[in-house]
Design a protein around this ligand. Structure first.
Ligand SMILES: [Zn+2]
Length: 491
């Protein structure tokens, strides 16, 4: 699809009000609570199929994100068409040709399982496919897996060995710790970081095979709260899980092939959605971006404004310089549309049918960010709510709507409703952050492979009703023309 026609004025009006409280929130505390798990699905047989489709879709997205880094975050969705399943793939940056070729190979392998009629053939082909897929995925994901291996060798092995050696000296009965040390030496080298060099496949398989063993339990015990170097052990635990994920993905893909034969009976086609073009944040000039003026625009009541400023000062530096310089720096950030929202946008514009009846699921290579989670939660088309790592990325924007494109009015209308709801929630979150005097939450990585699981789901309110205009806004909202005016008089 060409990218023509200029940018919708909705971005320059509503979103400006969105980014100001968001920047303040990000400056105060960029991690908005613990990770949020995805929705729990009941275990009746039909739900089992829903879970299988979800796991299959997630695995597709994950294996395609072959390299670390934001450009490679990938999302996938399954469309049902009369010609078979279309696997839609998207990434934060454009999907590379090599990824499409790889995915076609993977799906051909999956389809060979689907085609088998007799139980015996099916089991035999599934077993072969699992091995073949594991090898293909490990090869393709080598850049990602090598980065994990290098991180373990560089940052975990030496401090973990030191601590475990000390533990063994101080405790007579330390067989399990000894065993773990030997295992780590075998796959990651000795205390000096020297590597004995198992192949990437052997390493990945070994990491997968230890997932329910005493080795990993011992790592998790050293990662326990309050223990010396527990953060290093926790990181080690997560990285071992990530290294084993290609094997897990190959099993997930094959299991779906054996149990969703009807879904996949007509085969797969791979299609991609293009990434978005980076855009500047929609802000005023430098003078307008100070903390004083930003807060001024958020409050009409001077006493409330003073209260807010006082709390802000108590949380940050007395001179406000920290936040001011942060705001100035962040103004230069370029936004993009995250992969999962690009897919939602594609399905909305083209009225695509998802494979699972009534189940609108977008798989992603990592949990959604704070804003994507919020956007999906409040989308009127009721997409399945994804897991979230709950981090605020200011360089985020909603899907683009172009003036004069067909259906622009409807798309703008939906987006404005979601954004108004999000503005309301971001502001509420900001105010409660200021009131709470919370310390900043410690950094956690975006992915979910870890010991610490999410606290209870923190699902946001799900009303579809757009909030009323904020009486406190200093004429910002009232200066926004209605949608009718926007479309009649594009800026
Ligand atoms: Zn996101």
């Amino acid at each position: 699809m060409p990218r023509p026609l200029g940018i919708s004025p909705i971005r320059h009006k509503v979103t400006r009000r969105f980014y100001e409280p968001l920047l303040l929130l990000h400056a105060l505390s960029p991690i908005r609570g613990e990770r949020i798990k995805s929705e729990i699905i009941s275990d009746d047989p039909e739900s089992n199929h829903i879970q299988l489709r979800r796991s299959f879709t997630n695995a597709i997205a994950y294996i395609c994100a072959y390299r670390k880094g934001p450009d490679h975050v990938a999302a996938a969705a399954l469309e049902k068409t009369p010609q078979g399943v279309v696997v839609w793939l998207c990434a934060n940056a454009d999907v590379e040709e090599g990824v499409v070729t790889f995915l076609k190979g993977v799906l051909a392998c999956v389809y060979r399982v689907v085609e088998k009629d007799s139980m015996e053939d099916l089991h035999q082909e599934a077993s072969l496919a699992t091995q073949r897929l594991a090898s293909m995925i490990v090869d393709f994901q080598a850049p990602r897996l090598n980065a994990y291996r290098a991180e373990i060798i560089k940052s975990c092995i030496l401090p973990c060995h030191e601590l475990m050696t000390g533990y063994v000296r101080g405790n007579g009965n330390a067989l399990e710790v000894n065993n773990l040390q030997q295992w780590l030496r075998k796959y990651f080298g000795d205390d000096t970081g020297g590597c004995t060099g198992p192949s990437l496949f052997d390493l990945s398989k070994a990491c997968y095979d230890i997932r329910h063993t005493q080795y990993l339990k011992t790592v998790s015990m050293f990662a326990g709260q309050g223990r010396t170097r527990h953060e290093t052990f926790e990181r080690l635990y997560k990285l071992l899980g990530k290294l084993g994920k290609p094997l897990k993905s190959s099993k997930t893909l094959t299991e779906a092939a054996t149990k969703l034969a009807q879904d996949f009976a007509q085969g797969f086609t791979v299609k991609t959605v293009r990434s978005s073009v980076p855009q500047q944040l929609p802000f005023r000039g430098k003078k307008e971006a100070t903390i004083e003026r930003t807060v001024h625009r958020m409050f009409s009541d001077s006493s409330k404004k003073a209260e807010f400023m006082e709390r802000l000062r108590s949380l940050v530096s007395p001179e406000e310089k920290e936040i001011d310089s942060f705001l100035q720096r962040e103004r230069a950030t370029k936004t993009r549309v995250h992969a999962e929202l690009l897919l939602i946008d594609h399905f909305e514009r083209n009225s695509c049918n998802f494979l699972g009846q009534g189940e609108k699921y977008i798989g992603c290579s990592k949990p959604a960010c704070y804003l994507c989670h919020m956007y999906i939660t409040h989308h009127p088309s009721h997409y399945a709510i994804p897991a979230s790592h709950n981090k605020v990325y200011v360089a985020w924007r909603p899907p683009d709507v172009y003036i004069r494109e067909p259906g622009a009015f409807r798309l703008l209308q939906v987006q404005e409703r979601i954004l108004l709801r999000m503005i309301d929630l971001v502001r509420k979150d900001l105010f409660s952050e200021i009131k709470s005097h919370n310390m900043r939450l410690p950094y956690h990585t975006d992915s979910t492979t870890g010991i610490t699981t999410t606290l209870e789901s923190m699902r946001l309110g799900e009303t579809d009703t757009p909030p009323v205009a904020y009486p406190g806004d200093l004429g910002i909202l009232s200066s926004i023309p209605s949608l009718y005016n926007i479309t009649k008089h594009p800026i």
